[in-house]
Design a binder for this molecule. Structure first.
Ligand code: GAL
Length: 372
């Protein structure tokens, strides 16, 4: 069964946009292995929009652009598989993709077969140019069935940007993950707003189908297809921490041939990945809202995460009364936490916890209940 935990991989769109080709895909597959990303769980190498010719062939099949993919998709899939990775592609539920290439509307079963023949393991499925009278649940369900009928196990990644209350029906249409927001860009406001827009909807996310709050911008540093000024290293860490805490799929969007050491290490941060891939797959509860939100998350082995964020432009404080987690002093229980970034232990605390948090930063604690 696919997607028992949030899927992890890389997608071409954020950096390369329409400038995608087989060399980029091969280099990325090489980098995922060489830079240790495969070892920590990144698996899918996904080509987004703009990979095909503008017209289908006489048989009605989509044809890869021979200038961008001279060796063809089967050879590329074989290469990705030879690295122990999985190969992903992109199409659209409408008549054209968002960038104007052929979409799968009315060709769903043919396209699913084509993808299966090429050795595709993952399909991202967009929502542009959808006839107004064709509805989302029917179109995603149709492709969900077409992928199953193809005879190959293919992870189905829906992308309708949260329209039509997607969280209410997309799991039943066979999708394994679903984009719930508009597109991310490389800026603090973009990732913050995207993440916070989904707080009330995270409970729909769980084994088999996860809320995908979009591809990561970690380490893009203001370059690439979704450039918008870039983020500081602190902000990239806050971004990645939110995606991990919210158990979003983790699809790297940066250029892995150029990523710096700090951000590469961030993508491999075992403590954050453990929050994302936790066996209990429970969404966090928001115990304090506003621009210094606090989240609490149940984890496997009777552990808990307590996460403080500071979205303001000033250094400040995060304060939590344990009563707001349901824990009274009279219970005799307190928390023993460890800071997941510094490893520093907090000792056992009763009643409340306060911590300074720098502007745009976060502090994440992991620990257990302890009796006095
Ligand atoms: C958008 C989608 C992006 C990217 C783009 C390609 O609809 O949200 O992630 O796939 O289309 O044109």
């Amino acid at each position: 069964m696919l997607a028992q935990r949030p899927p992890m991989g890389w997608n071409s769109w954020n950096t390369f946009g329409e400038n995608i080709n087989e060399q980029v895909v091969r280099d990325t597959a090489d980098a995922i292995v060489a830079k240790g990303l495969k070892d920590v769980g990144y698996e899918y190498v996904v080509i987004d929009d703009c990979w095909s010719l503008r017209q289908r062939n006489e048989e009605g099949r989509i044809v890869p652009d021979p200038k961008k993919f001279p060796s063809g998709m089967k050879a590329l899939a074989d290469y990705v598989h030879s690295k122990g990775l999985k190969f992903g592609m992109y199409s659209c539920a409408g008549t054209r993709t968002c960038a104007g290439y052929p979409g799968s509307f009315d060709y769903e079963f043919i396209d699913a077969c084509t993808f299966a023949e090429w050795g595709v393991d993952f399909l991202k499925y967009d929502f542009c140019y959808k006839p107004a009278l064709a509805n989302g649940p029917i179109l995603y369900n149709r492709m969900g069935m077409a992928l199953k009928a193809s005879g190959r196990e293919i992870l189905f990644s829906a992308c309708n940007w949260g329209s039509d209350s997607v969280e209410k029906w997309i799991r039943s249409a066979g999708a394994h993950m679903y984009r719930s927001t508009g597109d991310i860009n490389d800026s603090f406001d973009s990732f913050k707003n995207i993440a916070m827009s989904q707080v009330d909807k995270l409970a729909y996310s769980g084994p088999g189908c996860y809320n995908d709050i979009d591809m990561l911008i970690v380490g893009m540093r203001g370059k690439g297809n979704v450039a918008n000024g870039g983020c500081t290293d602190t902000e990239y860490r806050t971004h990645f921490a939110l995606w991990c805490l919210f158990q979003s799929p983790l699809m790297i969007g940066g250029d892995l041939s150029k990523i710096d050491e700090t951000n590469l290490e961030l993508l491999k941060n075992k403590e954050l990945l453990a929050l994302n891939q936790d066996a209990e797959t429970r969404n966090p509860m928001m115990v304090r809202g506003g621009d210094r939100p606090i989240f609490f998350k149940h984890l496997e082995n009777n552990e808990y995460a307590l996460a403080f964020f500071n979205f303001t432009d000033r250094d400040g404080w995060g304060d939590i009364e344990y009563y707001d987690l349901g824990l009274t002093v009279a219970s005799g229980y307190g928390f023993k936490f460890r800071d997941i970034f510094s490893g520093e232990e907090t000792g056992v605390t009763f009643g409340h916890f306060s911590t300074g948090i720098k502007a745009h930063d976060c502090r994440i604690l992991r620990g257990t209940l302890v009796k006095k």
